[in-house]
Design a protein around this ligand. Structure first.
Ligand code: FMN
Length: 184
């Protein structure tokens, strides 16, 4: 398959472990609404990663190796995260810490979704951390969608015309940015 026609792969990461998480629901909707020629897969190992400790890096924990492999195989990373106490949830920051040294985010296109207009600290912090890791934040694909308190699941998000249209536009912009950055 030529570079021009190959599928663009995106790894979706929710910063919330909650089973009925709105961030997870948004990412599941993104998977369902993925543009043609793009496949989005959910990373579900966030809660299995050990606490980051440089002392155990050399022992190559299997969950960490799996996370790194999934990142290496993806063309872009789509993150949707809640804000906890004006910060990034510990599980998400922990996951990012595991790939600072190994470099999977270097030059990696990243889009940030946000389900809450009032949650600005975590978004700013993610931008700072991922930029420090040399990830490429795609501003045009990073959107805030007003889901807080609405209790929408994946189907509800897809059924909401305004939200699903904004999500689709974000995904189209992200795929275009990935193709431009990778010269695909
Ligand atoms: C421990 C905790 C701390 C929170 N801190 C903030 C906060 O600082 N700012 C904010 O906007 N929302 C805060 N929230 C609200 C969550 O960000 C919000 O409920 C979010 O939608 C949860 O995402 P989820 O549905 O994907 O689990 C907090 C929630 C919890 C449980």
């Amino acid at each position: 398959m030529s570079e021009k026609s190959r599928v663009i792969r995106i790894l979706a990461i929710s910063g919330s472990l909650r089973s009925v998480s709105s961030n997870k629901a948004l990412l599941r909707a993104a998977i369902a609404l993925a543009p043609k020629g793009c496949a989005i897969a959910m990373y579900d190992g966030l809660g299995d990663l050990p606490h980051f400790n440089p002392d155990i890096e050399a022992s190559n924990p299997p969950s960490v190796m799996d996370f790194r492999t999934q990142l290496q195989r993806t063309d872009g990373v789509l993150i949707s995260s809640p804000e906890y106490a004006h910060g990034v949830p510990g599980v998400l920051k922990n996951a990012l810490d595991w790939v600072v040294g190994s470099g999977e985010f270097v030059s990696k296109p990243v889009a940030l979704l946000n389900v809450s207009p009032r949650a600005t600290y975590a978004q700013e912090s993610l931008i700072e951390t991922i930029s420090t890791m040399d990830g490429r934040i795609t501003a045009e694909a990073s959107v805030t969608l007003p889901l807080l308190g609405r209790g929408l699941d994946e189907a509800g998000i897809i059924a909401d015309v305004d939200i699903s249209r904004s999500l689709q536009s974000s995904l189209v912009a992200f795929v275009a940015a990935i193709m431009a950055l990778n010269n695909v």
